[in-house]
Design a protein around this ligand. Structure first.
Ligand SMILES: *Cc1c(COP(=O)(O)O)cnc(C)c1O
Length: 370
């Protein structure tokens, strides 16, 4: 077979560690302990029950998650959570839930919440083109909100909160889809965290939900079966046929985080090093590469930038693709360039991109000399 070995800088699905891919390849043929392909192992088998329980324990261990939280593995992506959360926490409420509108994904979440009950947009970055996040002085939280919802890392715009938001007496609900398990996250400060797998921790098809038991005490009991968190808690994430393959790959990624990386503090260090390399290049390029996000709010996962004009930008995208860098085109909603550098994308891959960017700038500058 002819391998092109392209590097995956896409916003999602993201790159996975090579050791995980090799084990996945083996598992598609045969999971050694079972003697069957992962694609045909029963979700009712003892083996799969052990997979769920090891994955749950690994997530607890990585995040230091207390027993008062449930770890759920659901389907429907982060998008399903945009609805399930307000269905559970907002129906019939009179005080509004508070939503931060910091970019593309938080906008999607709040539009779904509006269908279920009252919401208040606490702050919106729309008028400033989602180039920055709010300071604490711009956020006047209400003590009566049923919950506060925000997105920890805006994948499209490349904005990331580097602090905890909200008040301790209002449940914090957070979409961590694009930075989950990329760093420690003070999980016990949140009442509900959700993250689909396909950015940092696996293939599409499974969404991790961490929910504090107490948050569900007044949840409606008449929701459709799949949309009721209690059913998934009672069934240990085996309420209907779960995505066995996707869940198994996420298990392999958590093993990699624990055994090969050595935990989230070390993962965060590696991720910070990767991001710093790229941001340093942007900042020292004499305005050739222009970072999109305000420096204090820059994402360690999605590095977004523009080039001097649309023509050079297109040339950059075409040439980078031809050179084996896949997925650098910015999200269709804003264009530009986005280098997504999730957990599975290695430091050497970022160094290669850096080399390409330096060469591109040099050759472009040279071409422009009289
Ligand atoms: C990609 C993304 C989503 C969308 O998730 P789906 O699994 O496609 O529903 C939601 N939130 C954030 C922050 C994302 O990055």
């Amino acid at each position: 077979m002819n391998h092109r070995n392209n590097l995956n800088f896409s916003g999602g699905p993201g790159a996975l560690p090579e050791s995980v891919l090799l084990q996945t390849q083996q598992a598609v043929l045969e999971v050694p302990e079972v003697g069957l392909s992962i694609l045909g192992i029963s979700h009712r088998s003892d083996w799969f029950a052990a997979v769920i329980s090891e994955l749950e324990n690994n997530i607890r261990k990585l995040l230091g998650l207390p027993e008062s939280y449930h770890v759920l593995l659901l389907q429907g992506g982060a998008t399903q959570q945009f609805s399930m959360i307000p269905m559970t926490l907002l129906r019939g409420k009179t005080s509004p839930a508070e939503y931060l509108h910091t970019g593309y994904w938080s906008g999607k979440a709040l539009a779904e919440a509006r269908r279920e009950g009252p919401i208040r947009v606490l702050w919106s970055g729309e008028s400033s083109g989602f180039r920055r996040l709010p300071d604490d002085s711009e956020l006047a939280y209400s003590p009566n909100a049923p919950y506060l919802h925000y997105v920890s890392n805006e994948t499209v715009e490349g904005l990331q909160f580097h602090r905890l938001l909200g008040r301790d007496d209002v449940p914090r609900v957070c979409d961590m889809s694009s930075d989950f398990l990329s760093q420690p996250c003070a999980a016990e400060q949140f009442s509900l965290i959700y993250a689909h797998a396909q950015k940092n921790i696996g293939p599409a098809g499974v969404t991790v939900v961490l929910v504090r038991d107490e948050l569900l005490k007044d949840a409606p009991s008449d929701l459709p079966g799949y949309l009721n968190y209690r059913n998934h808690i009672d069934a240990h994430s085996n309420f209907n046929t779960p995505p066995v393959f996707a869940i198994y790959v996420v298990l392999l990624v958590t093993r990699w985080l624990i055994q090969e990386i050595g935990g989230l503090t070390h993962m965060a260090e590696i991720n910070r090093n990767k991001a710093e390399l790229l941001y340093r290049l942007l900042d020292s390029s004499d305005g050739f590469y222009r970072g999109r996000a305000e420096p204090k709010d820059r994402s360690l996962m999605n590095v977004t930038f523009n080039l001097p004009d649309a023509k050079i930008e297109q040339q950059f995208l075409d040439e980078s693709l031809a050179a084996g860098f896949s997925g650098l085109a910015g999200h269709r909603s804003i264009g530009g360039v986005r280098a997504s550098i999730y957990n599975g994308l290695s430091l050497p891959a970022v160094e290669k991109l850096l080399g390409f960017m330096q060469d591109f700038q040099r050759s472009h500058r040279a071409a422009k000399l009289p």
